[in-house]
Every structure is written in structure tokens, then in C-alpha cells.
Write a protein that binds this ligand. Structure first.
Ligand code: SPD
Length: 288
């Protein structure tokens, strides 16, 4: 048996290796190196510039947590904007909601989406849904230029290096604020609290300067360095700790592999080392 491994080296301090059964696709796009491999322990996996994006084994955790806390909080999510998310897992989860009329996915790198359509149907299979509009362009420019308004914006970016870097600054979030309806919600993948606390602080501060409600949620995963990963939530009005929609949850209960009503609330309780760094930018806990 061949002994091929693919390794993500994260911030030059840790490496995570996955044993490869077969290389399914490799290409150089105008933005990054795109690689899809079949692995022994984690199913098919997508790596952009050597950074692991999804594995079939645990993508459900990330996609549940980037989508459902926001979708269960908004009063009536009809129009959804996904920035990034080229593998399609976020769109797949959004389409579970019967209120959803339109999903615009703005992915900068068409090669990522094509590679996932060709090799990872587990995440990409719903990208052809008639409610989905796929746009291969720069998400920062899209939110700056579009006249469309959205109920929920989901920033499913890659890491804050390479093509995703502009998705971690204030100009972008000002654009997101402008495209959101008055009860709009934005949720963003927010990296590891162990390795990227300064970046988490920056995102929490930027959002606190624009939005009334700002929270951070954590979950644990198998494939990203450090295990614990975060999502940053912000809204003009809606609070996931006060506006959880029990009726909607009951309709969809059973459709989720990770998320449930207890995790909805538990995920927003974050540990002290992280709180110490970002609590000044987070909304107070209800009843405090
Ligand atoms: N280091 C991985 C950071 C998260 C990347 N986004 C994953 C995309 C899944 N749709």
C-alpha cells in the first residue's frame, strides 16, 4: 500500500496530516492551488493552498454551525447571501428551510466549485437547485456594488491569508451591513480561538462598531488545527439567545447531524481565555 500523506501546516507551528488513498484533482487557479484527495480516514477532502477546507467525515459539523444558529434566529429568512462556500455545504444546509426563496453564492474561485461538483457531491449536490444563483466573483466587490438586500449573510471564507484576506476587514463588513435588511444577520467563520485570538478580536470589534448584537459561538471539529473553532454572529436586531424559533426547530429536528436546540444555546457560552480577549465587544448575556 502506498504511503502518501497530505499535510496542512498551520501558522508554522502545527501540522495536520491525512493519509491519502488517491489524488482526485489538482489545479492552479488564478487565486490558489486547489487539491481534492480521497483519504483513508476522512473521506474526500478539499485543500486550498495546502489549507484543509472540508472533509466528508466532519463537514456536517462546520456547515450545521455556520448555518443553523442564524437561520433559527431570523424571523423569516427568505433571501440568503453566501460569500465563499465554494464546496456547497453551506448552501445545502440553507436550502433545508422552506422560507428560503433565493440563495446567492458568491465564490471568487470557480475552480473550487467545479472540483467539488466533480468529486465531492456530498457537499456540492444542491448547487444546481433552482433557488441558487452562483456568481464567480469577488465577494467584497459584490457587497459594495449590489442593490439586492438579504435577510442572512453567511461568510464561509477560507483562512485569512491569500484570496480571503479582504473578508476580514471593516470595509467588507460595512458592505455586508449595507446589504442586510433591518432585521438582518451576518455569521462568519472565525478561525481558532487558540491560534487566531487577535483576528477574532478584530472581527468582534469591527462588528460591534456596526451592529447592535454581537456574539461568538464555538464548536469542536476533527479536521481543523486546535479542534475548537469559532463562528462570529452579528445582527441589527435579532439575538440567538432571545429569538430562537422553536416552531421552526421542531419542523426540522431530525435533519441535523450535529446541531440541536441545546447546542444552539450552549455554543454561545465561550471559555474564559477567549472571553478575556473579546468580551468587551460582545453583547451582554441576557438577564445580566
Ligand atoms: N482552516 C479552515 C477554515 C475554514 C474554511 N472554510 C471551510 C469552507 C467550508 N464550506
Amino acid at each position: 500500500m502506498e504511503n502518501i500523506w497530505v499535510e496542512e501546516v498551520f501558522k508554522d507551528v502545527i501540522g495536520l496530516r491525512f493519509r491519502v488513498k488517491e489524488i482526485l484533482f489538482q489545479g492552479q487557479s488564478p487565486f490558489q492551488k486547489v487539491l481534492v484527495v480521497d483519504t483513508y480516514g476522512h473521506g474526500k477532502a478539499l485543500l486550498n493552498d495546502g489549507m484543509l477546507m472540508v472533509t466528508e467525515r466532519d463537514e456536517f459539523v462546520y456547515h450545521d454551525m455556520i448555518v443553523h444558529p442564524a437561520m433559527m434566529t431570523h424571523p423569516n429568512p427568505k433571501k440568503i447571501l453566501v460569500i465563499g462556500g465554494g464546496d456547497g455545504g453551506t448552501v445545502r444546509e440553507v436550502l433545508k428551510y422552506k422560507s428560503v426563496e433565493k440563495v446567492v453564492m458568491v465564490e471568487i474561485d470557480e475552480m473550487v466549485t467545479q472540483a467539488c461538483k466533480d468529486h465531492i457531491p456530498q457537499t456540492s449536490s444542491k448547487l444546481g437547485d433552482p433557488k441558487v444563483e452562483l456568481r464567480f466573483e469577488d465577494g467584497v466587490k459584490y457587497v459594495a456594488d449590489t442593490k439586492e438586500k438579504f435577510d442572512v449573510v453567511i461568510v464561509d471564507s477560507s483562512d485569512p491569508i491569500g484570496p480571503a484576506t479582504p473578508l476580514f476587514n471593516k470595509d467588507f463588513y460595512q458592505g455586508v451591513y449595507n446589504v442586510l435588511e433591518d432585521d438582518g444577520i451576518v455569521v462568519s467563520q472565525c478561525e481558532s480561538p487558540y491560534y487566531e485570538i487577535e483576528m477574532q478580536k478584530t472581527i468582534a470589534r469591527i462588528k460591534s462598531e456596526l451592529f447592535s448584537i454581537v456574539r461568538m459561538a464555538n464548536y469542536t471539529n476533527l479536521s481543523y488545527p486546535g479542534g475548537m473553532w469559532s463562528f462570529s454572529f452579528a445582527s441589527k436586531k435579532c439575538d440567538p439567545l432571545k429569538d430562537f424559533n422553536k416552531e421552526r426547530y421542531k419542523e426540522l429536528d431530525g435533519d441535523f447531524e450535529y446541531y440541536n436546540d441545546q447546542i444552539h444555546f450552549g455554543a454561545f457560552q465561550i471559555p474564559n481565555f477567549q472571553l478575556k480577549q473579546i468580551s468587551e465587544y460582545l453583547s451582554p448575556w441576557p438577564n445580566q
